[in-house]
Design a protein around this ligand. Sequence first.
Ligand SMILES: *[C@@H]1O[C@H](CO)[C@@H](O)[C@H](O)[C@H]1NC(C)=O
Ligand SMILES: *[C@@H]1O[C@H](CO)[C@@H](O)[C@H](O)[C@H]1NC(C)=O
Ligand SMILES: *[C@@H]1O[C@H](CO)[C@@H](O)[C@H](O)[C@H]1NC(C)=O
Ligand SMILES: *[C@@H]1O[C@H](CO)[C@@H](O)[C@H](O)[C@H]1NC(C)=O
Ligand SMILES: *[C@@H]1O[C@H](CO)[C@@H](O)[C@H](O)[C@H]1NC(C)=O
Ligand SMILES: *[C@@H]1O[C@H](CO)[C@@H](O)[C@H](O)[C@H]1NC(C)=O
Length: 552
Amino acid sequence: MLNLLILVVGLLLTRLKPVFMEGDLCSGGHDVSVDIRENSPDGTFIAKIPVNGNTLTAEIYLNVTGPDLEWFRMEGKVIKLNVLPNRPLDRELLTIPFLFAMISCTDVVSTDQIDYRLMVQVLNENDNSPIFLEESVQPLNVSEMTPIGEVLIRLQAHDKDGDGLIYMINKASNDAEFFRIDLPSSGKVLLSQLLDYEVKKQLDLQVYAMEMNTEERYNTTAKITISVLDGDDQYPRFLPCNFLLHRKTRICVNPVYRGNVTEAKLLYHALQLSPGPLLAEDGDKGLQTPVAYSILAGDDNGRFEVNNVTGAIMMRWPVRSFVKTPMFTLTVMASQVDDSTKYTVTTVLIRILAPNRYRPRFKTIENEGFIQEQPNPLALVVTYSNKPLMLEAIDQDFKNGRNPNIGYSLTHQSNHTQLFQVTQEGLLLARADRLHAYEKYILQIVGTDKESGDMVSMRVKVEVLHSSQPVPSGITKENRKFSVKEVGLVGGVAVISLLFLIFAIVLLIHFGREWNRHRRHRDIVAIEQNSNVHLRSLKRFQMDQQISFILQ
Ligand SMILES: *[C@@H]1O[C@H](CO)[C@@H](O)[C@H](O)[C@H]1NC(C)=O
Ligand SMILES: *[C@@H]1O[C@H](CO)[C@@H](O)[C@H](O)[C@H]1NC(C)=O
Ligand SMILES: *[C@@H]1O[C@H](CO)[C@@H](O)[C@H](O)[C@H]1NC(C)=O
Ligand SMILES: *[C@@H]1O[C@H](CO)[C@@H](O)[C@H](O)[C@H]1NC(C)=O
Ligand SMILES: *[C@@H]1O[C@H](CO)[C@@H](O)[C@H](O)[C@H]1NC(C)=O
Ligand SMILES: *[C@@H]1O[C@H](CO)[C@@H](O)[C@H](O)[C@H]1NC(C)=O
C-alpha cells in the first residue's frame, strides 16, 4: 500500500517536472512486444518509444539495430513498418514469424545509451491457396482389369498457411463418374466404375484440394491423365472380322476361309485361302498376345496340317478323286499362347477341283444357224437339216468330254443380244416374233469353265428364213446361187470386186489354217463326223465363190 503510494507520488513528480537531468533523457522507454498482420502496408505503426528526451531538438538519437532492422524505420519516437514494393511482409517467407530489433537511444551530450528490445509477431493471414505436390500429380497407368474400389492414386496438396485441406472430385469433369473419394481428407482416389480399354483408353481425373476451415476456402485443381492399359479380357479373333451390330456393340464374327486344291496335285506351299490367309489376333489390341493354331477336326487322318505359329495350312498327300471327296471341312482353332482357355474356332472349306489339263474347245470355230420367221416369242435356232444348234464345248479333262462347269453366254459384241439367248446347256434361243426374213446376225458365243476360268468362243451366223422357206439340209446349190447372186449385185463395181477378192483370199488362208488346226485336233479327240463334212463343204463353198469372183 505504501509502495503504491510512493509510486503514484513519484509518477506525479515526474509529470510535474518538465526538465530532466542529463543522463535521464533516454529513460522512460521500455521493451516493446507487438503483433502485426502479415501483408501490412508500408508505414504501419508498430510502437512509440516513450523516452524523455526530444528527438526533434537532437538531444537524443533513436537508432534501430538488430537482425531484422530492414523491416523498421524510426520516425521521431515512432517505429514504423518498412516494406518495399518487391518485399511485402509475407509470413510464409520468414523462417520464424517474429521480427526482432533493438532500439538504441543515445544521449548526445553524455553519450549514454539505453537499448530497448523490440519483438514483433507477424500474424498469419490466409493469403495462399493449396498447392498439389508435384510428385503426386503424375500421369498414371491403370489396368482395365482394376476392380471397383481400388485406390488408383493418393493425391497430396499443401497449404503454406497451414490450413487443413479436403479433396473432392470435380463432378463437372468428363470422367468424374469413374472416380470417388471416400475420405475427403485422405486424398485417396478410388475407382468407382469398371474400365474397358476397348471402349476408353484414357481418363481425365480432376480433383480439388480445398481449405477446410478458412473463410476463403481457397481451392486448387489437379488434372491427371490416366491411361487405361489393356488387360487380357478379349479372346483371339480370326481376320478379317465380319462385324455385326448386336445391342450397340460391334461383334467380330470369324470369317469362313475357302480354298481350292486340284485333284492329284500336291502343293508344297500353304494353301491359298480367301478372304485371306488364315490369321488370328488377340482381341486385346494393346496386348497382342501371340496365338497358336491347331486343327480340331476334319484333317482327314493328318492329310492337312497347320503351322501352329504362322497358320499356314499344308496338304501332306494329294486327293485321288475329286468325285469321292469333293470337299474337306477343317475346324481350326486359334488360342492364346499364354492362356489356352482363350481361343476361337473357325471353319476352312477346301474344295477339290477336277484336274485341268486341257482347255475346253468348240467343235467348230464357226457355225451356221437358221430360224424361221414365226409368231412364237421364243424359238430354237437350228442348223442344217433342222437339227437343234448345240453349242457344246468339249473338255478332255472329262471322260465323256462334258464339263458340267462350263456355262455359255452371248458376248456384247454380238448384234442384238436382246433378240437371242443361249441356255446353260448350249442351246440357242431367239425371239422369233421380232425377227424378219432375210436378216442375218452374227453372234459371238463364249463358254466359260467356272472352275478354271478357261474361256472359249465361237461365232454363229444366224439367218432368218421366211416362214415358207425350209431349213437347208446342207450346203446346196441354192445357197451357192444365193451367194453368187448377192455378190453379183455389187460385182459391177470393180473396186469392190477387188476388195472382195482380197477378202476371199484372206478367208481362204484363214480356213486353210483352221483346217490344218482342225486336222491336228482330230487326232486328239473324235469329233462328230458331221463337222468334218461340214467344214469340207464350207471349203468347197469358198472355192466356188472364189472361182465366181475370178470369172467376173
Ligand atoms: C544513429 O543514427 C545517426 C543518424 O542516422 C547516426 O549518425 C549514428 O551514428 C547512429 N548511431 C549508432 C550508434 O548507430
Ligand atoms: C505407362 O505405360 C506406358 C506404355 O504403356 C509407359 O511408356 C509408361 O512408362 C507407363 N507409365 C508409368 C507411370 O508406368
Ligand atoms: C475453387 O476456386 C475457384 C476460384 O479460384 C472458384 O470459382 C470455385 O468455385 C472453387 N471451387 C469450389 C468447389 O469451391
Ligand atoms: C509349335 O509347335 C512346335 C513343334 O510342335 C512346338 O515346339 C512349339 O512350342 C509350338 N509353338 C506354339 C506357340 O505352340
Ligand atoms: C449384224 O452384224 C453383221 C456384221 O457385223 C451384219 O452383216 C448384219 O447385217 C448385222 N445384223 C443386223 C440385223 O443388224
Ligand atoms: C476356288 O475356286 C472357286 C471356283 O472355282 C473360285 O471362285 C475361288 O476364287 C477359288 N478360290 C481361291 C482361293 O482360289
